[in-house]
Design a protein around this ligand. Structure first.
Ligand code: F0G
Length: 367
């Protein structure tokens, strides 16, 4: 006789459901039992081994993609946002605000909606990807286009949140950084050790900083012994860290990192210097090549900014950076390709057309 009380899906007893990153890493984060968990079960993103790009580099690189586009709103921002919004709600905050090139606003809008509080987002007019704009709007954020760039939006947001009781949700918020550290924790947990090199795209410079702080914390708490080299790539038209000076009018196809005066400038430089890494730039052409390579050869669809670290990896390989033998390299691919479909469709030919007849398809395919 069958046991009627047994679950038809026994795997539930074996695979514990992911509780979201605050709960998963609560011992390493500044939370207590009293901290509300405003979560969409973000984190736990796959560390996808490279099938083509890594192996094409002649055995010098064991390459992985940390696929952050698989977070609930499609980017790594959800890691920081679950912490920042939870801690804000713990203090009774009712209003949130951020400046954004798109992903921060999408995530701030979603987590504020989840918490039942009101978000206001400032975005540079005409310069954010369509998918991201749709997210801010549908989650009910008050969405304000500014006739200026991201840096100007952020300057306004900093002043307003200084003056009024509104929670700043940009990566200047230390709780954003706390949450984003967990990407480094996960990479170590997934690999069973830290990588030798971790490469990220750099815009406002929060994520490379937070990722480094995550590795430092994992070492301090004895979970790892070594630290990776941190390498940042900016877009050539928006590369203030590479030039050592702000860029007044940043320009790049990778709108997510179209930033001329990053808020976490010094912290990011410290991360790259202390770890023995570097910062460099890749052109829009290199970004779009890597973007297509990821999609066509790896099956991984990312937004243009997320292809910058992969373009950077190829640039480093061409300069024989990996000559000292096999290195484990992780590239954080930060946002999903569906965020910015216009770039993908714009690059490619239109789909072919046939009348609704089987023969027509057979002829077209020369079968
Ligand atoms: N990749 C993506 C997809 C991003 O959206 C961003 C930043 C970055 C990389 C760079 O990360 O700023 O921490 O150096 N996007 C912010 C935003 C600026 O408003 O969505 P960073």
């Amino acid at each position: 006789m069958s046991n009627s009380s047994a679950s038809p899906c026994n795997s539930a007893a074996i695979v514990r459901p992911w509780p979201g990153l605050i709960e998963a890493y609560r011992d390493l984060l500044p939370v207590t039992e009293a901290t509300p968990r405003i979560t969409l079960l973000e984190g736990n993103t796959p560390l996808v081994p490279s099938r083509h790009i890594g192996p094409s580099l002649g055995g010098k690189v064991d390459l992985y993609f940390k696929f952050e586009g698989l977070n609930p709103t499609g980017s790594f921002k959800d890691r920081g946002m679950t912490m920042a919004v939870s801690k804000a709600v713990e203090r009774g905050v009712q209003h949130t605000m951020c400046a954004s090139t798109g992903n921060t606003s999408a995530s701030a809008a979603a987590y504020s909606a989840r918490a039942g509080i009101q978000a206001v987002v400032l975005i540079p007019e005409g310069k954010i990807a369509f998918g991201k704009l749709s997210q801010a709007l549908i989650h009910g954020a008050r969405t304000i286009q500014v006739e200026g760039n991201f840096d100007q939006c952020l300057a306004i947001v900093r002043e307003i949140t200084d003056r009024y009781p509104i929670e700043l949700l940009n990566s200047l918020n230390p709780m954003r950084m706390e949450g984003q550290k967990t990407a480094a924790f996960e990479v170590c947990d997934q690999l069973g050790r830290p990588p030798d090199i971790h490469i990220l795209p750099v815009g406002n410079a929060g994520n490379i900083t937070a990722t480094w702080w995550g590795y430092l914390q994992y070492r301090e708490t004895g979970r790892i012994a070594d630290l990776p080299r941190m390498i940042g790539f900016q877009a050539a038209g928006a590369a203030p860290l590479v030039h050592g000076a702000p860029v007044a009018q940043p320009e790049t196809v990778a709108t997510a990192i179209r930033i001329g005066d990053p808020a976490r400038w010094n912290d990011a430089m410290t991360a790259m210097t202390d770890s023995g890494g570097l910062v460099d730039a890749v052109t829009d052409e290199e970004i779009l090549q890597a973007y297509q390579l990821l999609a066509t050869r790896e099956g991984v669809f990312v937004e243009p900014a997320s292809a910058a670290p992969v373009a950077g990896l190829l640039k480093l390989a061409a300069a024989d950076y990996f000559r000292d033998g096999p290195q484990t390299v992780v590239c954080t691919v930060t946002g999903h390709g569906l965020k910015d479909p216009d770039v993908a469709v714009g690059l490619l030919q239109q789909p072919e057309r046939i009348p609704p007849q089987t023969d027509a398809l057979a002829r077209l395919l020369q079968l």
